[in-house]
Structures are given as structure tokens and as C-alpha cells.
Ligand binder design. Structure first.
Ligand SMILES: Nc1ncnc2c1ncn2[C@@H]1O[C@H](COP(=O)(O)OP(=O)(O)OP(=O)(O)O)[C@@H](O)[C@H]1O
Ligand SMILES: CC(C)(CO)[C@@H](O)C(=O)[O-]
Ligand code: BAL
Length: 280
């Protein structure tokens, strides 16, 4: 079984040898409860880097809701078993004091990109993400870092943060892995009440139909209203947002004059699901 390291001192000792040997290091940051989406990031890292570190840390600073943090699935033993076939070099599972030692007083925040979409509905969330991810980049000294497109806004925000702070890491986005019915894999999917699981792909289906409509030139507002109605009729309680944004930079868009992304968040069975797909 792959070595699990719990302190940055142990991690630093391991890194020193790799760096001396001129080996490239890839990191896959996660909050655990691993699924095939995470494993696709591990596969990409293994293919491109000499050494691979998977981090598992349920970051309290990025949860804007106490019950979301409390209910977040924690499955460390199963996670290690799922990673075993990939033979990564280290699973880094820092305790809270390794990330937020007594007296920790610093926050890393990206403005602009974090204003809308998930940023508007999860106050403080992205500051928590960029604070922890900057620490994980610095602690692991990674040359490359792998993130899922499932969390598309997060990917853009992390990329901007690394660029703005001159952290010498290449941030790589990997395609969303989905269930056969289209539902994007997510650690929170296990929290969906059984009776609601069948309704979950309605979100992706409505987005795909909306993207097709956009490609044929139909009116954005009409398509959006139709998609929201379909999502609610399918059993979702609420659509938080459903927006067309520039694929690069996330500026709001009304026409398909450059590559775009359709992004959505909606609630089903008390669980918040997000998804996004390319358009144009
Ligand atoms: N279906 C997926 N396809 C590809 N990457 C994914 C997928 N789901 C998550 N990831 C990526 O895995 C990394 C770790 O994500 P995280 O541990 O939060 O899992 P998650 O499934 O996104 O959980 P959550 O329920 O918090 O959304 C992130 O870069 C995330 O984008
Ligand atoms: C990047 C991350 C591991 C930071 O806690 C988290 O936001 C996630 O799992 O996507
Ligand atoms: N997958 C992004 C982490 C979060 O939802 O908090």
C-alpha cells in the first residue's frame, strides 16, 4: 500500500530526494471520498510526472455551511484501497495543524473570477479554496497540478491564483467523468436520497438540450427558461444558477462569438449538484 504521510516535515524529506534527482512532481488535490473522477486525475498525473502525490484534506475554510462540512463523506481507508492500483508515491493526509497552525492569519483571495456562479452562492468558499491550494502547492513543490473540469470555476480561479502569485506550477484541467446516464461524478452524490437518484441526470440532460439550442441560434433567455422548467419538472427543488460564460475568463455571454461554457448549480434531495459543459 502507498505510504501515507501526515506531516509536512515528512513530506519535505521525501521531496528533497526527488528534487535532487531532477524528478518532476505532480499533485492531485482532493478532499477524499475518492471516485473515478479523482482517479482520472491520478491517471493523468501518473502519465506525465515522475512522482505523484495525492492530497486528502477536508478543508474547513471552504465550507460556507456547517452541516455540509459535518456531512461531507470521509472514507480514508477506502480511499487508500482505491489508490493502491495506481501506485502513487505518497498520499498526503495533513492534520489540520499542518495546514492551519495556531495563529494562522493569512488568506489568499482571487477577485473578479470568484464574484458570480458558485462564488455568489457560497460566500468565502473560493477564498478557502485558494488559501488551501496555495499551501498545498507550496508544501508539495509540485511542477504540475491536476484539477477536474467538473469544478470549472475552481479550475479557472486556481490557475489565476498560481499565475498571479508566480507559483511555478502548471495547472492542468481534466475532463469531467460521468455516470452512464450523464450525471457528473461527485463525492456528494452518495448523499443523494435513493428516491432522487433517478432524477439527477435531468440537470445534465437539460444543459445538453440548451447547448444544442444555442448552437442552432435559438434565443438564450427562452432556452434558459425551458431548461430551468425541465430541471424543476424533473424533481429538482431549486436552480441556483444556469449561465452561459466565456470558457476562458468566465465573462457573461449572450451570443456564441467565442468558446463558451454552460454552467449550473441546482438542488436535488437537499444536495447541491453542479455541472458544466462546453458550448460552441
Ligand atoms: N466527475 C469528475 N470528473 C473529473 N474530475 C473530478 C470529478 N469530480 C471531482 N473531480 C475533481 O477532483 C478534485 C477533487 O475534488 P473533490 O474532492 O472536491 O471531489 P468532488 O467529487 O468534486 O466532491 P464535491 O462533492 O466536493 O464536489 C477536483 O479537482 C475536482 O474537480
Ligand atoms: C481543490 C480542493 C481539494 C481544495 O480543498 C477542493 O476544492 C476540491 O476537492 O475540489
Ligand atoms: N469540489 C469542490 C469542493 C467543494 O465543493 O467544496
Amino acid at each position: 500500500m502507498t505510504e501515507m504521510l501526515r506531516s509536512k516535515a515528512e513530506l519535505r524529506a521525501r521531496l528533497a530526494g526527488w528534487k535532487r534527482a531532477g524528478e518532476t512532481v505532480g499533485v492531485v488535490p482532493t478532499m477524499g471520498a475518492l471516485h473515478a473522477g479523482h482517479l482520472s486525475l491520478v491517471e493523468a498525473a501518473k502519465a506525465e510526472c515522475d512522482r505523484v502525490i495525492v492530497t486528502i484534506f477536508v478543508n474547513p475554510k471552504q465550507f460556507n455551511n456547517a452541516s455540509d462540512l459535518e456531512n461531507y463523506p470521509r472514507t480514508e481507508h477506502a480511499d487508500a484501497e482505491k489508490l493502491a492500483p495506481y501506485a502513487v508515491d505518497v498520499i498526503y493526509v495533513p492534520g489540520p495543524e499542518e495546514i492551519y497552525p495556531e495563529g494562522f492569519a493569512t488568506s489568499v483571495a482571487v477577485s473578479g473570477l470568484t464574484d458570480g456562479l458558485c462564488g455568489a452562492f457560497r460566500p468565502g468558499h473560493f477564498d478557502g479554496v485558494t488559501t488551501v491550494v496555495s499551501k498545498l502547492f507550496l508544501q508539495t513543490g509540485a511542477d504540475r497540478a491536476y484539477f477536474g473540469e467538473k469544478d470549472y470555476q475552481q479550475l479557472q480561479v486556481v490557475r489565476r491564483m498560481a499565475r498571479d502569485l508566480d507559483i511555478p506550477v502548471e495547472v492542468i484541467g481534466c475532463e469531467t467523468v460521468r455516470e452512464p446516464d450523464g450525471l457528473a461524478l461527485s463525492s456528494r452524490n452518495v448523499l443523494l436520497p435513493e428516491a432522487t437518484r433517478a432524477a439527477a441526470p435531468v440537470l445534465n440532460r437539460a444543459m445538453v438540450a440548451m447547448a444544442e439550442g444555442l448552437r442552432t441560434g435559438a434565443d438564450l433567455a427562452t432556452l434558459k427558461a425551458q431548461a430551468e422548467a425541465a430541471i424543476l419538472a424533473g424533481g429538482f427543488e431549486r436552480v441556483e444558477y444556469l449561465e452561459l460564460r466565456a470558457a476562458d475568463g468566465l465573462a457573461p455571454m449572450t451570443t456564441l462569438d467565442r468558446p463558451a461554457r454552460l454552467l449550473a448549480a441546482a438542488w436535488l434531495g437537499g444536495v447541491r449538484l453542479i455541472d458544466n459543459i462546453p458550448v460552441g
